[in-house]
Design a protein around this ligand. Structure first.
Ligand SMILES: [Zn+2]
Length: 222
């Protein structure tokens, strides 16, 4: 995944600053630089980098592998002209290269501790984005790599599979049996979904909205 924006993010701020949204009857302008809170390159992620929740009786933990900024057009809107994309990004207060996290999932079931996807591993280090943080955040979450007993890879892209081995080719999860699985279509179901690249922790529901789908994030639960 290459992360060089075609336009600078600073160049976009002039557009964003002219938006005057209305909230509870009060008009207000966007103040300052929406990217001012970007972390400096190479620093650690905010907070603990993991998010724990339950799926019925199972305990699940979203593990952040970090994030990078990816040009929205044409990667995510190849069938749209750039002008349409710009209006969409502006409406949603996104820059030309929105932040794209890698959210990994650990689920503790009766007989296994399952990890879904393994992030970038060492393949990008140290030059591209804020990757990889999988191992540090597993440790923060109290999940030793040795305790993972099954690894599910959704698809063979570097940002999903590369973290399964070290640079020297050793298995990161020595007890993790590996299974490739293509996740099914979940949009029509009312089931909780985790978006691998959605804003951390990436949990929410999909809803049909005319010809498209709308993503509804679930609130962060403290
Ligand atoms: Zn991906």
């Amino acid at each position: 995944m290459e992360t060089t924006p075609t336009l600078t993010r600073r160049g976009l701020l002039g557009i964003g600053a002219t938006a005057i949204p209305v909230l509870t009857g009060l008009r207000f302008g966007i103040i300052g630089d929406p990217y001012a809170a970007d972390r400096p390159t190479g620093s650690q992620p905010h907070g603990s980098g993991y998010y724990r929740f339950s799926i019925g009786s199972m305990i699940a933990t979203v593990i952040s592998d970090g994030c990078g900024n990816v040009p929205f057009w044409p990667i995510f809107a190849a069938n749209q002209p750039a002008s349409t994309t710009e209006a969409f990004l502006k409406e949603n207060r996104l820059g030309q290269a929105p932040q794209l996290p890698n959210n990994l999932l650990v689920v503790d079931i009766a007989t296994d501790r399952v990890l879904v996807d393994t992030g970038f591993g060492d393949v990008l280090r140290p030059t591209s984005g804020q990757f990889p943080w999988m191992l540090q955040n597993l440790e923060r979450a109290g999940i030793p790599a040795e305790s993972i007993t099954m690894v599910i890879i959704t698809h063979i892209h570097l940002d999903h599979v590369a973290g399964i081995v070290t640079k020297s080719g050793e298995h990161v999860f020595p007890k993790g049996a590996t299974r490739k699985r293509i996740l099914g279509q979940v949009a029509a179901e009312r089931s909780l979904v985790m978006g691998y690249h959605f804003p951390f922790p990436g949990l929410g529901y999909e809803e049909i909205a005319g010809p498209a789908y709308r993503w509804n994030s679930v609130p962060w639960t403290w």
